[in-house]
Write a protein that binds this ligand. Structure first.
Ligand SMILES: Cc1cc2nc3c(=O)[nH]c(=O)nc-3n(C[C@H](O)[C@H](O)[C@H](O)COP(=O)(O)OP(=O)(O)OC[C@H]3O[C@@H](n4cnc5c(N)ncnc54)[C@H](O)[C@@H]3O)c2cc1C
Length: 409
């Protein structure tokens, strides 16, 4: 048997922050025992963290995936359309042709997208930050707007807040509003919420709160109460949605369509399928908090997915993913920011950091994502992350949930 046929084949689907990290960690740690393939339709890592900057005229550096992940990872261009865990194969589509890529283990890290079906008219009449092409279309549309034009950003999650601030900062001549079904700043501390509102007001952002948008039309927003609001441009930031790969493959998914995984990040139904990043429904951690779709948790989950695959390769039991949050960093334009400190379960502390230092902090956090992948490639196993701070009691809960998952398989 040749060396390559005795190596385990591990395919990572999705070369975003989580998938690229999983691939380099796996290739570096498994060395000759695994052949690692990274599958993505794009040749470059998409810096989703910077799409709002791209949309407002910022220069965003791109990173070639093959160079970033290095020679130990085989990069394959193509979109996975189905995963068959029993046969151990991924169907890959590229340029109208399909091929099968075999695997012994697969990591699904296809990320998420913007929910353009959330309300009627979004897909037809709104811009979004779904991907670089969408961000560039928004950039062009913003550039053609005359002073005084009205821009509505719908959705006041972190993406909506960052997008509206960036637009208002880059184009102070526009009338910019932020639309939210609830209060703006939910999830922040009292002080965090106040600071946010003050800073958005300083940027000239009008807040339209506790009034859901029920439809987007050409040149107008329809509000839940029935009122129509004339707008020149709408940006939809109404939340992230699952990509269809796991559901279309018949793999168990949660109510949002995310791959259902156990505490070790393996599919609840198939030991050779592992989830990472936004694509995985990571079980709530012992204190009950749910993971947000973030790079903050996504990159550690990519690293942990690699460790879970490695454990299987070595015939060992994988360990539960143990991650704790430390902050919710928000950029508010290029010169302002708000860092909400949180406990490990993502609950806000009263303390926040604001202003230029917060903007710099956020920039450093964003800038650290790609170097983390590079470091992991050079020093496999280097990435460390804060733990959930599990006490012996909460650790026992984690282990019990793991045992339950195993028993139900
Ligand atoms: C404007 C904006 C600002 C954000 N700011 C922050 C922030 O400040 N902090 C933070 O922590 N998070 C932030 N996020 C969220 C963060 O970007 C995501 O949580 C993160 O990108 C998830 O990483 P991922 O690797 O799981 O997925 P992604 O980064 O989405 O990568 C998924 C990859 O999978 C590929 N792919 C998709 N489908 C397939 C397929 N079928 N076959 C093969 N490949 C496929 C895609 O091409 C992509 O390369 C922000 C998001 C946006 C849009």
């Amino acid at each position: 048997m040749s060396e390559s046929s005795s190596r385990q084949r591990i395919v990572v689907i999705g070369g975003g922050y989580a998938g690229a990290l999983a691939a380099v960690r796996l290739a570096g740690r498994a060395r000759r025992r695994a052949a690692v393939t990274l599958l993505d339709p794009r040749p470059e890592l998409v810096q989703r963290l910077r799409l709002h900057q791209l949309a407002t005229g910022g220069r965003v550096r791109s990173f070639d995936l093959a160079r970033l992940t290095g020679r130990r990872v085989e990069n394959v261009r193509g979109r996975a359309t189905a995963v068959d865990p029993e046969r151990g194969s991924v169907v890959v589509e590229r340029g109208g042709r399909t091929a099968e890529v075999p695997f012994d283990q697969v990591v699904i890290a296809v990320g998420s997208t913007v929910d353009l079906a959330a309300v009627p008219g979004v897909a037809e009449h709104a811009h979004s930050l779904a991907d670089p092409a969408a961000a560039l279309r928004l950039r062009e549309a913003l550039a053609t707007l005359p002073g005084g034009a009205r821009v509505a950003v719908c959705g006041a999650g972190f993406t909506g807040i960052e997008a509206v601030s960036e637009i208002a900062g880059a184009r102070p001549d526009l009338r910019v509003s932020l639309h939210s079904a609830g209060r703006v700043g939910r999830g922040l501390s009292g002080r965090g919420g106040e600071e946010l509102r003050r800073r958005l007001a300083r940027l000239g952002v009008e807040l339209v709160e506790e009034e859901a948008v029920s439809a987007v039309a050409a040149g107008a927003l329809v509000l839940a109460g029935g009122a129509e609001l004339a707008v020149d441009l709408t940006v939809w930031c109404g939340g992230f949605a699952a990509r269809p790969l796991a559901r279309d493959s018949g793999l168990p998914v949660d109510s949002r369509g995310l791959l259902a995984v156990d505490a070790t990040l393996r599919s609840v139904a198939h030991g050779n399928v592992i989830g990472a990043g936004d694509a995985a429904a990571i079980p709530s951690f012992p204190n009950g908090a749910r993971y947000r779709m973030t790079c903050q948790a996504g990159m550690p989950s990519g690293a942990h997915a690699a460790d879970t695959a490695l454990a299987a390769l070595r015939g060992e039991d994988p360990s539960p993913f143990d991650f704790g949050y430390i902050h919710q960093p928000l950029s508010l334009g290029r010169r302002d920011g708000l860092i909400q400190w949180v406990d490990r379960a993502d609950r806000p502390k009263e303390k926040v950091l604001v202003g230029r230092r917060a903007a710099l902090y956020k920039e450093l956090v964003t800038r650290s994502a790609v170097p983390s992948i590079r470091w992991e490639r050079r020093l496999p196993g280097a990435l460390r992350w804060p733990s959930a701070g599990a006490t012996p009691g909460t650790r026992r809960k984690l282990e019990n949930s793991l045992a339950r998952d195993r028993a139900s398989q």
